[in-house]
Write a protein that binds this ligand. Structure first.
Ligand code: ZN
Length: 199
């Protein structure tokens, strides 16, 4: 079968990154060992005493692109990593919430902003840090926003004002490029892909 240009093929997908370091079993406190359990194909932390297999899987980072007329809302990060760099509101999904609830919560926490969450906009795998970054479209409901505890500043930007050199992460600059390219082309769609390590 001929590969489809621009599609993502499984050869990239099996990198076997080392799982998060774990020394002791969260269940019983005994030391864990890293091994491939019977019937599995990935190394896992397995407890030497109670035999519990501790799985480690990618984390979800969820955010949205809040729009107000021709502008979008960005936050200047007040915490590491990338302190002082700009990002739309986004953060780690919590247990017990849906992806759109995570986007709403992060927007309220980081920008004290109320939004209506719309369609899925982008989903980017970041396999070298075991994360998936997901952004929704969103509509800002009012202009009553202010920096949350993890932001230094919150502001609305037109395309020409976007601080491209001060964007916090490559998933963000990629998502924003998709966003403005679609707008220029009159497209309305959803993007998926992967951000691979810089060569
Ligand atoms: Zn144990």
């Amino acid at each position: 079968m001929k590969p489809t240009p621009g599609w993502y093929h499984c050869a990239h997908a099996f990198a076997f990154p080392a799982p998060d370091p774990m020394k002791f079993c969260p269940d019983c406190g005994a030391p864990v060992v890293l091994k491939i359990p019977a019937g599995d194909s990935f190394p896992r932390h397995v407890c030497g005493a109670c035999d519990t297999i501790h799985y480690s899987n990618p984390k979800m980072v969820i955010g949205c692109i809040p729009e107000w007329e021709n502008r979008i809302l960005l936050c200047k990060r007040g915490i590491e990593p990338r302190l002082g760099y700009w990002t739309p509101p986004a953060g780690f999904m919590e247990n017990g919430e849906t992806t759109s609830e995570a986007a709403l919560r992060e927007t309220l926490e980081e920008a004290n902003a109320r939004v209506e969450i719309g369609d899925l906009f982008s989903m980017l795998s970041v396999p070298h840090v075991d994360q998936v970054h997901i952004f929704y479209r969103a509509r800002l409901l009012d202009l009553d926003f202010a920096p949350g505890t993890e932001s230094l500043e919150v502001a609305l930007f037109e395309e020409a004002q976007i601080p491209w050199k001060e964007i916090a992460f490559r998933t963000i600059s990629t998502t924003l490029r998709y966003y403005y390219e679609d707008r220029k082309q009159g497209r309305y769609g959803c993007h998926s892909g992967a951000i691979l390590p810089m060569k």
